[in-house]
Design a protein around this ligand. Structure first.
Ligand code: FES
Length: 158
């Protein structure tokens, strides 16, 4: 389930740790596997476990704990909105309602055209920029409001 290219990337992560601590690369390995497959199916997680020589259940524990891992297929653009208190107090609740209305989906859903998914996120450590959201786990957008959401959706659609 893991391509030669993914295995090469995982090997580079494994090399950062002592030889008998391969499992320390599990978060990176899951990220790499997710980049290859788009999401982490059970067979993909099993492949990661096998490659790192660790019990599958230990890999599932990591994958189900962090929200950046997709445990089912997501849209091309995954929007993760922080809903923790500092963001909520700064308008995340309004932004959330607006996003849901504009996309016509709720959390953990995918739009019918497969373009967007919406997820609820925990604090990104950027409370000073609240409310914040992440696109595809990598691109953070700060001080979000309804207007900025509209501009972002337009940009992502184009
Ligand atoms: S509470 Fe949203 S980034 Fe910290």
């Amino acid at each position: 389930m893991l391509s030669a290219q993914s295995k090469q990337q995982i090997d580079r992560e494994i090399a950062k740790y002592p030889a008998d601590q391969k499992q320390s690369a599990v978060m990176s390995a899951l990220r790499i596997a997710q980049e290859e497959h788009g999401w982490l199916s059970q067979p993909v997680m099993n492949s990661v476990a096998e490659y790192l020589g660790m019990p599958a259940i230990a890999v599932y524990e990591v994958a189900t704990f962090y929200e950046m891992y997709n445990l089912k297929p997501m849209g091309r653009h995954k929007i993760t909105l922080c809903t923790n208190l500092p963001c909520a107090l700064s308008g995340a609740t309004r932004v959330c309602e607006h996003l849901k209305a504009q996309l016509g989906i709720g959390f953990n859903e995918v739009t019918a055209d497969g373009e967007f998914s919406l997820k609820e996120g925990q604090c990104f450590g950027a409370c000073g920029d609240a409310p914040v959201l992440l696109v595809n786990n990598h691109h953070m957008h700060s001080f979000m409001d309804e207007e900025k959401v509209d501009a972002l959706l337009k940009e992502l659609k184009s």
